[in-house]
Design a protein around this ligand. Sequence first.
Ligand code: GCV
Length: 716
Amino acid sequence: MKKNLLILLLLSSLPFRFSIHAEDGYELWMRYHTISNQPTLKEYKKAITNWTIKGESAIIDAAKKELQTGLNGLLGNFIPETNQLSINGIVIAGTINNLSDIADAALKEKLKHLGSEGYVIVSGKVNKKKAIIIAANSDIGVLYGVFHFLRVLQTQLDITGLAIESAPKTKIRVLNHWDNLDRTVERGYAGFSLWDWHKLPDYLYTRYTDYARANASIGINGTVLTNVNANALVLTKDYLEKVAALAGVFRPYGIKVYLTARFSAPIEIGKLKTADPLDPDVVWWWNEKVKEIYSYIPDFGGFLVKANSEGQPGPQNYERSHADGANMLADALKPFNGIVMWRAFVYDNNVPEDRAKQAYNEFVPLDGTFRDNVLIQVKNGAIDFQPREPFHPLFGAMPKTPEMMEFQITQEYLGFATHLVYLATLFEECLKSDTYAKGKGSTVASIIDGSLEHKSLSGMAGVSNIGTDRNWTGHPFGQANWYAFGRLAWDPYLTSGDIANEWIRMTFSNSENFINTVKSIMLASREITVNYMTPIGLHHIMGRGHHFGPGPWVSEGRPDWTSLYYHRADSLGIGFDRTSTGSDAVSQYFPPVRDQFENVETCPENVLLWFHHLPWDYKMKSGRTLWDEMCYKYYAGVDSVIWMQKEWEKTKGLIDNERYNQVKTLLKMQEKEAIRWRDACVLYFQTFSKRPIPNDLEKPEQNLDYYINEKFYYVP
Ligand code: GCV
């Protein structure tokens, strides 16, 4: 007994950073391990001796809990809550109303411009004593401010002269879970769905709370719980009770719940004969359904809808338009302040038109006909979350309609959860693209944040990569993509480098050595993946259905689900001609972007084959032929994965062994898969080019048949 006690005492006296549990990644970027840099720790301890958060609400309770946990962990000892304001080193947080005694005019003025979710964090004096003040206009602003303050400490910034002001630039910042009610996740690679529908509404895992904490910490304020390939069952009473239970867990973290609405629900669960959006019975049914939903979830956010796409029902089944469908739902939601996120991801295999053009063709004529609580949710590119796509031509083409971004965080086309691909660079590339919708400077970011057309409704959605895996995302670096999505939804003008810097510090270490190495891996990783998968603008050449691994030979089934449709390789050359002599998709872009893509000389080489069908001996800027360039890109992709491994090995000993080894193993797997991509693609395209692989490149070990005949069973 005595011996056990001694061991316990010994263990509890160890600093937090030598945590006795394995580093399994569960804590994400909210690790709050004690700061190991002694001078910084000393400085922080001097500056932070006590804390208080004014106000009373579930959100304020969440903020208190977070601040208490965060400070205790980071500073390595208990930091007490106090009511005494005349002490040095107090952190004081609250809404401006609750801080009116201590807030000066300047602080009040600042908050006037920061809206309902913004906050300020300032170093100042209260009762002549040094204090740090976190002030906001609302409780949720206080919680966001607390998370930001903890981030400042986690990333070890100077806290002597804090003068932070922050407010989200977009209004709706949501994760889209493609989670089914049987707990499978469409395109999910991190286990099963977090939502344990069977045990809901009674059993509430602490993971639900940690999910909400993680989202709130990066400013995400909504979650669509269910798959866009929707099941009407979730709209029935039994499920609404379960949804309400989840909403109850998320509410203290400012996260609203949304559901996907299956357009045919009035037939499937309402026993109506039709789902025609103009039919009075259908309108009545949705109105009653929406009322029922709000009786369970008073702050329900609204619906996300995939209609008339990939077999999903929609208004076009009744010869009605997307606007007819969206408006009918919007009218039902309007009295409750709910919104509709109507997806623009539509294409029809019966339409002989280039798939890349269809969304634009369908939606642009509807501009101005949507209700004011409808947003059109547009994928970043016109095809489907490819490793590289030019930005979607719909951005900026519907000036009267709020357009929100849909990014895919889960790596459906980027190697699932075995490839380290930091997606913030992809997100940033798209957000920074200039659409020229209203002349120079009409970036995608300025469209989706509503600033270009002065829209009050704006938003960003991210298709979640989260599941029941202990570390949430399967690959430890998948966490960075969740993190980056949230940060960019809050501020689409942040850079991927700055976001990586924050995330690495909070998730792994503040060691400069470690940060520099890992940041360079992260920032290069997406281009590396493009190189070994789809260089020079190739796209959609993944394995059939599951999209795992290469499948440039995929040729059966509906044409726009084959690879041949996209790469169009033949004996003369390769690429999809989308210029005015081809499908003319370029005409959907504003000039001068249209002209830039149209002209083979000015078209960026990284999207060349997206827009042009070019001969194998076409001269690239490097002086090489197109064929040789393609080979070199594929080989460079694999070489770079080997480089990533070597870089990662330099970090041994700088972080815990568990995560170090996990990433090491995954990088090895990534190399294997990159080789498969390279060899399969080069061998396949060689059957058309009839040219040799350049002499200085090693030859593939297997032949093409080997790759074509490889079978992957039960791919997630
Ligand atoms: C949810 C792609 C994916 C589908 C997904 C669809 C969509 O086609 O492969 O799994 O369906 O996009 O975004 O609706």
